[in-house]
Write a protein that binds this ligand. Structure first.
Ligand code: 0RA
Length: 634
């Protein structure tokens, strides 16, 4: 680099450093994604990510997160502590620069990989900007320092609280989020737990604890096995076919590791990460992995004269659980949610690492190789059968776009963004829904009885199932490689089942099918769950629909029990079309829950448990989560 160039870089860095926090408070969503529960939790992840960076640099082994009973949350670590020396240009302590200027961290950091990119890595100053009050405490140089801020502005000097052992270092950030900014300021133990567990898997050896003082809950995550432990955690309730395969290699300044283990199911669960960020939308690391995997398996088949069809990428992923984690100096994140890795050089790099290591592994472990490759060949044969079944159904017209299923009562509106499809349990409720709906924009598809449990069925069985092919045709997107979200005929697909055990089972079956085969519809936010009332209560002239037990309690408290008639709706069929419209379908009065997959790891585990073939853990899970299962919100 010439002198001129380095000067240019330096001044660019100093301009960045001068940027204050007004921008953050003006447009918080730009920095934390949104101002709802998701953005709220980002405030914590900013602090945690900084501590993880300290750990990756080799200076921190412990991170703790405590949800207090006073609205504050505290994140502490035993890293080096944020520097406190006076910044030569700005003439204030470095810590104040870090806390009050955007991207100030970059000035100090000379780390190889930062946990940054996407929404992360915007800096701890963002947390400060969006906090009503924040205390930062640093132990460094044998002293304990503290400074206090309100809405990003210092309200005290950096003060020295006292002396500590010089070996005792670290950072503690305690804050209360700003309720002028966030629609909710309540941190969720489960949300924090799953991200912190993920971070503990991805960064082996770091101990991360999370505690909720309001609920007396505490988790401790520390995995010496790293992503091997992650794969084993994901496969916990499945039947693995072999020991976890693991490789790690650093090449061209990029650290790449993967762990994989096949199980006897038909689903694949591959999770990819770049710089600790869950790349939900995949990207070049995933493409590299898949390409190498397909090639390695086909080579093995050829070299060992195992007869079989040519294996496709789908075939070699059947029953595969894998975690791929790369750490890159300058990650590029793309895609709708900025969770798709874009760096083009990573594809070939991951491909070559997986190709070499996995080929040798199979050569050295012939027993495992045979069982795994045999499973892939099986999958290929089933795929061929499925193809035939699909063609047959297509020829019969079931998957053809031209002919819609006869059971579908379609709407007249043609703009998918305005159209709603109700998937209704049973013909009788289906009949009420057809009569009660607004036929301009609401379509109804009655589903008869139980739909197939796709968790236990191979693709060919899935496409032989009439209820499923009918649904696919009605929705219009097709599935698998032919899936096209632009062909969706409705942007709201509402699952409407009875509020009883059977209803919740059917809802789970439907969600399992959607999650495994039409996950993009969930990601696009097209899938909803209807909320029919549980009761109708009347007293004299007062009539009210009640949607949950606690509201029933409140009603009885207000109106007393005398002279109150309570009708419990066991099924949708008990409501007449007009009632069904008013309570459950009318956009002006209904509540519908949008199905989201915030946590794919948990969702995967849940569907395996609910729908898989291990009965014992399922029973345990349902007992533990009985309430949530009734109100399943994936
Ligand atoms: C700037 C520079 C250094 C460390 C940190 C920031 C730092 C920030 C946070 C936030 C939470 N925990 C943290 N730990 C450290 C480098 C320090 C050095 O060179 O000594």
């Amino acid at each position: 680099m010439t002198d001129d160039e380095s000067k240019k870089e330096y001044s660019a860095a100093s301009i960045k450093i001068m940027e204050g926090l007004t921008a953050v408070r003006k447009r918080p969503s730009m920095y934390v994604g949104d101002t709802s529960i998701r953005g709220l939790h980002h405030l914590v992840y900013e602090a945690v990510d900084n501590a993880i960076d300290e750990a990756l640099a080799g200076f921190c082994s412990m991170i703790s997160v405590v949800i207090g009973d006073d609205g504050f949350i505290t994140i502490s670590d035993n890293g080096r502590g944020i520097p406190v020396d006076i910044h030569p240009k700005l003439n204030i302590p470095a810590i104040e620069v870090v806390m009050t200027k955007l991207h100030a961290g970059g000035k100090f950091d000379k780390k190889a990989y930062k946990v940054s990119g996407g929404l992360h890595g915007v800096g701890i100053s963002v947390t400060n900007a969006l906090s009503k009050k924040l205390f930062v405490e640093v132990k460094r140089n044998g002293k304990q320092y503290q400074q206090t801020y309100e809405r990003g502005k210092p309200v005290s000097q950096l003060i020295i609280l006292g002396n500590v052992d010089p070996k005792d270092t670290g950072t503690k950030i305690k804050f209360i989020p700003d309720d002028e900014i966030f629609s909710t300021t309540e941190f969720k133990f489960e949300v924090l737990s799953s991200r912190l567990r993920e971070l503990a898997f991805l960064n082996k050896g770091i101990k991360i604890t999370v505690e909720d003082k309001n609920a007396n809950k505490k988790n401790e995550f520390e995995y010496d096995g790293g992503i091997i432990s992650f794969v084993e955690y994901l496969n916990k309730n499945k039947n693995p076919l072999h020991k976890t395969i693991y490789f790690s290699k650093e090449k061209n300044g990029v650290q790449c590791e993967y762990a994989m283990q096949y199980n006897d199911s038909y689903q694949d669960s591959i999770f990819t990460f770049a710089n600790n960020i869950n790349t939900h939308e995949g990207g070049t690391h995933l493409v590299g992995f898949k390409t190498a995997l397909t090639r390695v398996m086909n080579n093995y088949v050829d070299r060992n004269n195992m007869k079989g069809l040519k294996l496709t990428s789908d075939d070699v992923r059947e029953g595969l659980t894998a975690v791929i984690s790369v750490k890159i100096p300058e990650p590029q994140f793309e895609g709708q949610t900025k969770t798709k890795l874009g760096n083009s050089e990573i594809k070939g790099l991951v491909d070559s690492i997986v190709n070499d290591s996995l080929s040798s592994y199979l050569e050295e472990n012939p027993k495992i190789a045979k069982s795994v490759v045999f499973k892939c060949i099986n999958a290929a044969q089933a795929r061929a059968a499925a193809q035939k079944a699909r063609e047959l159904t297509r020829r019969k017209g079931a998957l053809n776009h031209g002919s819609l299923p006869g059971k579908l009562a379609d709407c007249s509106e043609r703009d998918p963004a305005k159209c709603e499809l109700f998937l209704v349990e049973g013909d009788s409720a289906g009949g009420s829904a057809k009569q009660g709906r607004n036929r301009n924009f609401q379509a109804v598809l009655p589903l008869r009885g139980k739909i197939l449990n796709v968790e236990k069925a191979r693709l060919n069985k899935v496409f032989e199932n009439t209820e499923i092919t009918t649904m696919i045709t009605a929705v219009g997107t097709n599935v698998g490689e032919e899936f096209d979200i632009k062909k969706a005929r409705y942007h709201k697909i509402v699952i409407m089942t009875d509020a009883d055990v059977d209803g919740s089972h059917i809802r789970t079956l439907l969600l399992t099918f959607l999650y495994r085969h039409l996950a993009q519809l969930i990601e696009a936010g097209y899938i909803y769950i209807a909320q029919p009332p549980l009761y109708k209560v009347t007293k004299g002239k007062i009539m009210k629909y009640i949607y949950n037990e606690s509201d029933l309690g409140k009603f009885l408290e207000v109106f007393g029990k005398d002279g109150v008639a309570i009708q419990r709706y066991k099924g949708l069929g008990e409501m007449n079309p007009q009632q069904l419209w008013e309570t459950t379908m009318d956009p002006d009065t209904r509540t519908i829950l949008q199905v989201t997959v915030d946590d794919a790891v948990e969702a995967d585990k849940m569907f395996t448990l609910l729908m898989g073939d291990q009965v014992q853990p399922r029973r345990k899970f349902i007992e533990m989560h009985a309430k949530e299962v009734v109100n399943l919100d994936v």
